[in-house]
Design a protein around this ligand. Structure first.
Ligand code: ADP
Ligand code: GLC
Length: 495
């Protein structure tokens, strides 16, 4: 099969900048696509937290001119590097005014007021960079609202550009809640012409919705699990875009994310105090002990330790957890939580830790090594999400033998099989209703099995640890969609 030229654009990529799973995905997928033999390149902003020396970045010769509509032409420098442990080139769009800041999207809880200009700039820079590099992509793969302008630009500003004659687009939706909604003035910066400002393309309630425009104009869209691809067609999960998505359902896919097992495996994890694997679980006990120590909890083998890692955002079910916490604290369990996000939640959970120092440990902040240590040292992992496009932590948990307790939504439902003693199956515990009672009841169920049916718990853990969600498989899914896009483009140009 012929090699494809693939350009992937995203606002965050591991290890350079990360706020969530999007960065994990864009850090890993390109490597898997490269392994399939494709020419893959990645583009992201050069936030000032990305150190040029650390990553050995090289300045590309010549500046990049980016036409920014009413703002005129904006000049950018471009750095080039590689994604670590690979030879996938990654390009960093440098602009002091737009990206020379502390945060990716916000600072001290306040979203930047010019996020429309910042990410329209990134999207346009991707197009201009492809031209500068003489790289003719078969597919540009955009991710979330930040790079959703790319499909719109390709169908308008660049529609007759010979450099993009054979280029198609895929837009991955990692989270439909965030759509890039701005004042209609953003149309002037996007510069694609006001004829695109209508309810079938970019307009929504008098403003601009970048993700909506991307969904309409992309050749294909991917929601990051099969279940989520179904859910976003309903009013419960569509965040107002269900109508648009249903109109474009013929081009909607649900390729599940993979996991980078070089990064997330207890057998080789450099962040945990003792490695372990199926069949030799002694190391997991050591990790549990160290985790209890790290959170100043009583060192007890005989108490189930439940871990939580994630953004403290409503999506993650923090309101459910907050409502359930006092009942959970009645039980003989320990909980450790690592997260950052909404201020009320940060204060609330820190307060629970003060009230229950023997049961609840809490670290408010972002700490990668601690995330690994929680995966390794916990007995169970809790994800009570209200919605979850894919979710990565529960998949990491499977590999670490940390049995997931999840709400059956989106990728959580697709990746975790509910425990069933009768059929001797299941890799975790699931609940369906988004209620504190369902959450508490399911934690109690898991804890009961842990306490009184040890053999059953061991079997669940063994099945969990055997699961694999390799990127190689997901990348093959993407390749199929890319080829479909290319074939579609070719047939439409020959009509
Ligand atoms: P989302 O992308 O919605 O945040 P995912 O489960 O897909 O959720 O991915 C979250 C990623 O971010 C995981 O790799 C997780 O370990 C990491 N993460 C989230 N919060 C923190 C934190 N406070 N400290 C360290 N890592 C975190
Ligand atoms: C989003 C979703 C999460 C998903 C991640 C990567 O941030 O909230 O469920 O795993 O993107 O696709």
């Amino acid at each position: 099969m012929s090699k494809l030229n693939i350009l992937i654009a995203a606002s965050e990529v591991v290890p350079f900048a990360k706020s969530g799973g999007l960065a994990d995905v864009v850090g890993a997928l390109p490597k898997a696509l490269k392994d399939l033999g494709h020419d893959v390149r990645v583009v992201m902003p050069r936030y000032y937290g990305i150190d040029i020396e650390t990553y050995g970045l090289k300045l590309l010769e010549g500046e990049l001119g980016v036409p920014m509509g009413s703002m005129g032409e904006v000049w950018s420098a471009v750095y080039e590097g590689v994604i670590p442990n690979s030879d996938v080139p990654i390009y960093f769009i440098e602009h002091h005014g737009f990206f020379g800041r502390k945060g990716l999207y916000d600072e001290d809880g306040q979203g930047y007021g010019d996020n429309d200009n910042r990410f329209i700039f990134l999207s346009k820079a991707v197009m201009q960079l492809a031209k500068k590099l003489h790289f003719k992509p078969d597919v540009i793969h955009a991710n979330d609202w930040h790079t959703a302008p790319i499909p719109i630009l390709l169908n308008s500003t660049y529609a007759n550009d010979p450099d993009f004659k054979n280029t198609g687009t895929l837009l991955s939706i990692h989270n439909l809640q965030h759509q890039g909604k701005f004042h209609k003035g953003a149309m002037d910066v996007l510069g694609v012409g006001w004829e695109h400002f209508n309810m079938h393309e970019l307009e929504e309630f008098g403003g601009v919705n970048l993700l909506k425009g991307g969904i309409v104009h992309a050749d294909a869209i991917n929601a990051v699990s099969k279940k989520y691809a179904q859910e976003i067609r309903t009013s419960e999960f569509g965040w107002g875009l269900e109508w648009t998505i249903n109109n474009h359902a013929h081009k909607l896919y649900g390729i599940l994310n993979g996991v980078d097992y070089e990064e997330w495996s207890p057998a080789i994890d450099p962040f945990i105090s003792k490695t372990y694997d199926t069949g030799k679980l002694a190391g997991k006990q050591v990790c549990k002990k160290e985790l209890q120590e790290a959170f100043n909890l009583p060192i007890r083998k005989d108490v189930p330790l439940i871990g939580l890692v994630g953004r403290l955002a409503e999506q993650k079910g923090i309101t459910l957890l907050a409502a359930a916490i006092w009942n959970l604290m009645e039980m003989d369990i320990q909980i450790v939580l690592l997260g950052t996000g909404e201020k009320w939640a940060e204060h609330f959970f820190a307060d629970v830790a003060t009230k229950y120092p023997e049961k609840f440990g809490c670290y408010i902040g972002y700490k990668n090594d601690l995330a690994h240590q929680i995966e390794a040292g916990s007995d169970m992992f809790l994800m009570p999400s209200l919605f979850e496009p894919c979710g990565l932590n529960q998949i990491y948990s499977l590999r670490y033998g940390t049995v997931p307790i999840v709400r059956a939504t989106g990728g959580l439902d697709d990746t975790i099989e509910n425990y069933d003693k009768e059929s001797n199956s299941g890799t975790g515990f699931k609940f369906y209703d988004a209620t504190p009672e369902a959450l508490t009841g399911t934690v109690k169920w898991a804890v009961d099995i842990w306490n009184s049916e040890k053999n059953e718990f061991v079997k669940i853990r063994r099945r969990a640890m055997k699961q694999r969600f390799d990127w190689a498989e997901a990348a093959q899914g993407y390749e199929d969609v890319y080829r479909h896009i290319v074939a579609g483009r070719l047939s439409s140009t020959h009509q």
